[in-house]
Design a protein around this ligand. Sequence first.
Ligand code: PLP
Length: 426
Amino acid sequence: MSNLWTRSTDDLQQLEQSLQARYEAYQSRRLRLDMSRGKPCPEQLDLSMGMLDVLRPDEALRAADGTDLRNYGGLDGIPEAKALFASFLGVQTGEILIGGNSSLNMMHDTISRAMLHGVAGGEVPWSKLPSVKFLCPSPGYDRHFAICELFGIEMIVIDMRQDGPDLDRVEELVRGDESIKGIWCVPKYSNPDGITYSDEVVDRLARMVTKASDFRIFWDDAYTVHHLSDTPDRLKPILEACRAAGHPDRPFIFSSTSKISFPGAGVAVMAASEHNLSFIRKQLSVQTIGPDKINQMRHVRFFGSADGIRAHMEKHAAIIKPKFEAVLDILESELGGLGIASWNKPNGGYFISLNTPDGCAKEVVRLAAEAGVTLTGAGATYPYGLDPRDRNIRIAPTLPPLEELRTAIGVLALCVQLASVRERLG
Ligand code: PLP
């Protein structure tokens, strides 16, 4: 198809009419398709059903250190879970803390504690300062931004490049502003771009000079084993890089099995320097007597090892890869060569990030909604819900059945064309 920007007004008017007819045909189908959140589909959840009877009522439910899994205790995790998830994240067992069912919960609590009590080695609780700012590589994860909003932390948008955040800008800002206390990173198969940070980006984040001595990297490694390719991306370990750069306390790493076993019933983990963890453990011991050890053991038994997790993820990939391919095929056949949209082809993760012409994303989402397809709100991938160019749309292909997904992406692609033609006609 030829580039839309080079077509005559007559041509565009005709095109608009034919697009409008196709749009009305979709509307008459009274579709009700929800593409708004990145949830696993039921077939993916079925893969973990074996976890439900992996522990038997007639066995002694004890951890390797003798802890009775049925009783209170085990503030930061049973030894088997620490060993499993340390190996999964490539850290030492002394550098990991096992949490509850949600890494987002751990991130929220980590910020909350920093606001109320400061961080290890920090002099002042962040909430006592006149202002606290966070760098937000964008497009990014809306729930990170919501945490900042809740705590009144000012967010600064950092552009994403093909190899991670714009580090020239990050370095310049953190060098000069003491109130910048942290940065949100989804370093592998990022939400929503599917980008994995390059070694150079990891090293620069580890090395950079920050005016705030208690600066922290919030390293949300949510998609660390969520590959969609036989040649998966590799992420340089941040804890090692920071240690080597003389900033061992800089990273807080988070992850979970939400999109490995069951979202909402998985195991969440946090990794950091021993100094950071001993500071956090003291506060945690007031907050809780301990997380769900039975669920930890279920995960340990079911997966066995980090390799067991990787093998399990291959089964997930077999289910969701055709969905990603379907989205990419439709985008290519409907929008390729028109000069109105660009999208990423991720090697893993949960999303495809689509960019429309500037000023069109909100209109595309509105048009799609009126044709019965709910997408993630335009702007959601930016702090305060404000996409400065109003162009980014997050596509979450995993949940809908393949046929519904095809229809929904067909609608989306049509809406992108319609909004772009109208924008061009003015
Ligand atoms: N982090 C990222 C980047 C996510 O995309 C998600 C879920 O979509 C989460 C965290 C949520 O993780 P959890 O279920 O462990 O709270």
